[in-house]
Design a binder for this molecule. Structure first.
Ligand SMILES: CC(C)(COP(=O)(O)OP(=O)(O)OC[C@H]1O[C@@H](n2cnc3c(N)ncnc32)[C@H](O)[C@@H]1OP(=O)(O)O)[C@@H](O)C(=O)NCCC(=O)NCCS
Length: 180
């Protein structure tokens, strides 16, 4: 398990799946905002890629986020779009509603940076998020990500086009353990 200050990133367990499906992916608003595509339900028992991990897929590493002490499930986090040539990847996360706004998101971003830069030896990490996702923007910037651009009207979300912000962090600019 990867350890942050208060969270752990571990493999997906079978028990996590119904909780993540019910609390995260059955939520139409959260799904529409977070997934970059139309929300659709996940049928219990099916092997939906949002929940089930394909270990053969080397371009994506999904984690379950848990409380470091006690192990309570808090959400999901993923290093995805891993490009071994340019040594870059994207990060994404989704916390269960009860886990939001308590500082866990910032801790998850910091721990994913450790995984990307130290464990995987990557050179660049990237985040795309909706321009009104202030919690995500702040969590990313506290870990050293800088805003590199706005993708105007790039996301169709529940009846309107929204801007996305692209943030990047280079290995040489990363300060482990520092949350600004
Ligand atoms: C976005 C998300 C990952 C942020 O994680 P979090 O644990 O809620 O955020 P944190 O508690 O670490 O807060 C980070 C900062 O943002 C601020 N913040 C959090 N939620 C906020 C909100 N709704 N509006 C404004 N600021 C907010 C916090 O005050 C904190 O700032 P501070 O460090 O200066 O006090 C989490 O809320 C979440 O999973 N949301 C739903 C899914 C989602 O949006 N995923 C991202 C898709 S790209």
């Amino acid at each position: 398990m990867l350890r942050g200050d208060r969270i752990g990133l571990r493999a997906r367990h079978e028990d996590d799946i119904p909780v993540l499906r019910t609390e995260l992916y059955d939520d139409v608003v959260n799904g529409s905002r977070a997934e970059g595509g139309p929300w659709r339900p996940i049928t219990p028992g099916t092997r939906d890629p949002r929940l089930f991990v394909d270990d053969a897929n080397e371009s994506s590493v999904p984690f379950s986020v848990v409380e470091r002490e006690g192990g309570t499930l808090l959400g999901t986090a993923t290093l995805w779009g891993i490009d071994h040539h340019s040594r870059s990847a994207h990060i994404g996360l989704g916390l269960l509603p009860a886990a939001r706004g308590k500082g866990y998101g910032t801790d998850v971003v910091a721990t994913l940076c450790h995984y990307g830069f130290v464990v995987r030896g990557l050179h660049r990490l990237q985040i795309e998020t909706l321009a009104d996702n202030h919690g995500m923007l702040r969590a990313a910037e506290r870990c050293g990500f800088v805003r590199e651009g706005v993708l105007r009207s790039s996301a169709w979300v529940l009846g309107e086009f929204l801007d996305e912000v692209l943030l990047g962090l280079l290995a040489q600019d990363w300060k482990p353990g520092v949350k600004g």
